[in-house]
Design a protein around this ligand. Structure first.
Ligand code: CA
Length: 422
């Protein structure tokens, strides 16, 4: 797909591939006017024409260009979706539990059976584990189920031209333009038609939700019929996903990571990729797999992820976790993929429970937290609502001072505690 880190980054990106509610299909001029005033179809057409020199430079023919935009109008529902970031404060455990549901596991097992011969071939060609490929398919499009839902999938040229010409954010405009040009190149190659080129409102397309630039770089014609068809051909879609993971450094025969238990008094300052060290070193620090099995390759480097502080599960992440992050750069997404793959393989649920009752802070509350920490003399460089290494360090210091486990995890309970003691 995707590489949404270019545009929105982080957990916000997770919402993009899964537009949840249907939007009116008719052109809502009012909401367009709210974005850029006044809306005019003549202006839209001029913007399309303004794109032509760049499209031509990329090898797009005039006939492909004209056919792609024939009778086109912008889609205001795309702008509504773009301005919403609903998963911003959704706890990672809600996201993961919802995505790795019993239903999705059951459907995935069916697909593993149905496509077993194809998955043999994909494993043989790319060395990427079938369970991970099928898990990504399940995460991205519920194994293709969403693709026939016209309330979710939209014409890609329409969505991307709307983003390119009407987004308020410069970054999103630039994204829309770049992806739109790539989409035109795909049409020029006759891999699909404008009618079949459907995707999410942000242009993520087909069974495994590639954005157009990712498609151009990584999609493959796995069944060899001359077209790279990730919309209507499961072999091409799953082959493309395996190819992308392979190109992102997938290590054949290895897992993404391990759920681990942390020792008492553990220093939570050691989380994050910057603190990568070998599994042997982690073992010396007292970490162990929850299954009590040993680490098969103790010299592999791993980094520690705790998405719910000391009261939730902890994980050591390996090289393959980074490959999944290339698909969508959010820990919750990559962990859900890894976990769904494990469940499809017959693995168990996580051993340590998530802190279901904890509430996470929205951006304004995170700023409040930073202000309170700064007022108490902790080193907070910017009140930006981002819980980065410095803020986490300050949280840990405060937690130590008041006798809490210093895990650096920002919750509503922690904010309340700071307010009470200020
Ligand atoms: Ca094909």
């Amino acid at each position: 797909m995707r590489c949404f880190k270019f545009i929105f980054g982080g957990i916000a990106a997770l919402a993009l591939a899964f537009p949840l509610s249907s939007q009116a299909q008719t052109l809502d001029i009012t909401s367009l006017i709210n974005q850029t005033a006044p809306f005019s179809i003549a202006k839209y057409n001029r913007q399309i024409e303004g794109l032509w020199p760049q499209a031509r430079a990329k090898g797009v023919s005039r006939s492909t260009f004209d056919r792609a935009f024939a009778g086109m109008t912008p889609d205001p529902s795309v702008l509504k979706k773009a301005s919403k970031q609903p998963e911003f404060t959704t706890p990672p455990w809600h996201y993961i539990n919802k995505r790795v549901s019993e239903k999705r596991i059951g459907n995935g097992l069916e697909k593993l059976g149905e496509y077993s011969a194809l998955l043999d071939q994909i494993e043989a060609r790319y060395g990427v584990d079938r369970y991970v490929v099928v898990a990504i398919w399940g995460m991205e499009s519920s194994y293709g189920f969403i693709l026939n839902d016209t309330s979710i999938v939209k014409p890609v040229i329409q969505s991307l031209s709307t983003l390119a010409f009407y987004s308020r954010s410069k970054r999103r405009k630039k994204f829309g333009r770049r992806q739109l040009l790539a989409a035109l190149q795909i049409l020029e190659a006759r891999d699909t038609t404008p009618e079949r080129m459907l995707g999410s409102w942000a242009g993520a397309m087909g069974h495994t939700q590639f954005i157009p630039t990712t498609y151009l770089a990584y999609a493959v014609d796995f069944d060899g019929d001359g077209r790279r068809d990730i919309w209507d051909n499961v072999a091409d879609a799953l082959g493309s996903t395996a190819h992308y993971l392979k190109k992102s450094g997938w290590q054949t025969g290895q897992t993404w990571g391990y759920e681990v238990k942390l020792p008492r008094g553990f220093n939570y300052g050691l989380t994050g990729r910057k603190n990568s060290r070998t599994l042997r070193e982690w073992q010396k620090l007292g970490l162990a797999r929850v299954s009590a099995k040993t680490f098969p390759r103790p010299s592999d480097k791993a980094w520690l992820v705790t998405m719910a502080g000391a009261r939730g599960p902890a994980f050591l992440m390996l090289r393959n976790f980074r490959s999944i992050l290339r698909y969508n750069n959010a820990n919750s997404y990559a962990l859900a993929v890894g976990h769904l793959a494990d469940r499809l393989r017959g693995g168990d649920p996580f051993v340590q429970p998530w802190p279901e009752g904890d509430r996470l802070l929205g951006k304004d509350r995170r700023k409040d937290l930073q202000k309170l920490l700064r007022a108490r003399g902790y080193n907070i460089s910017a009140i930006d609502g981002k819980i980065g290494p410095k803020t986490r360090k300050a949280i840990r210091a405060f937690q130590s001072q008041v006798g809490l486990v210093p895990d650096g995890f920002a919750t509503k309970a922690l904010l309340d505690r700071l307010r009470q003691s200020s």
